[in-house]
Design a protein around this ligand. Sequence first.
Ligand SMILES: *Cc1c(COP(=O)(O)O)cnc(C)c1O
Length: 364
Amino acid sequence: MTIEFIDLKAQYRHLKSHIDQRIHAVLEHGQYIMGPEVAELEGRLAGYLGVKHAIGVSDGTTALLIALMALDIKAGDEVITTPFSFIATTEVIALLGAVPVFVDIDPKTYNLDPALLEAAISPRTRAIMPVSLYGQCADYDAINAIAEKHGLPVIEDAAQSFGARYKQRASCNLTTIACTSFFPSKPLGCYGDGGACFTNNDALANRMRQIRIHGQDRRYHHPVLGLNGRLDTIQAAVLLAKLDTFDEELAARDRIAARYADLLGDLAPYVETWNRSVYAQYTVEVANRAEVQAALKAAGVPTAVHYPVPLHRQPVLAGLALPAGSFPLAEAAAERVMSLPMSPFLNEVDQHHVATSLLRALQR
Ligand SMILES: *Cc1c(COP(=O)(O)O)cnc(C)c1O
């Protein structure tokens, strides 16, 4: 018995005719770059989230980079973020020559702890970039209140939280700018790289649209520094097909998470009462992780670790000189977290096998 970690093939089988039709329409009309599906998707995404502007881009990392560029983040500026995320969150700050300033996490949700945020603000702070990790929003009311007091913009790294809700409001519509990823295994994924930026601010939207196409405002005229950050038309077509049933998938994620919680009891991840997680990862904590992973592997259950090394301990950021112990809660989580198979297409038999194998490995 082998179980998929995220079952994308089952999703394709379910949506095949719709997806194939959408892709073929692009192959037929031939507008592979910025074809009509890109604008159609942007309209649909904006409507789905209730946000004014959606801007399709090439991937989630570029979405974050474009957001920082639109906010004019420059060398020497400080951007506050979490040490417990995928490297992309910090990479884009460093690429601009800016300095990532880390704030430790709330160990229950793994998201940036707002109680520690204000102490990290300095005269050089230019933005705050929290991550909504594993599909659960950070505490944006608390974060936004501190940001507002200091006149700072907030960027939600919503690469894992498209579709999540925070106090009845949509992830991707909670902050100055939000950025998501449509990498295949994200909650809403395409069949290659893809991403989007979101904002309610007209001037920032206009800037991000320009930056996405080499900083141009009209053809061969470039008022600002940009890059090639466009979303492929074919990927937009795939996303349009998948968006039609996305709410059904979210309902399935809820059902599967509830079933896991029943089976796993207090091992189940903590979700704040005001949050609806999309479970981009279904992540538990175990003490003897390597052994548990090996036992699960032997039982045909794949697992993954998101993430084994906190960002301040990554060799590429050695220049920041942040020794072990700098962010103890992120470091402790990195030693213990382990993600289980999760997707809207995880069937009950397989899920039961995952849970019983885990409980057996833990001798519970
Ligand atoms: C996936 C991810 C990204 C990067 O998205 P890509 O589309 O792979 O570039 C950024 N931040 C977080 C938290 C992610 O999980």
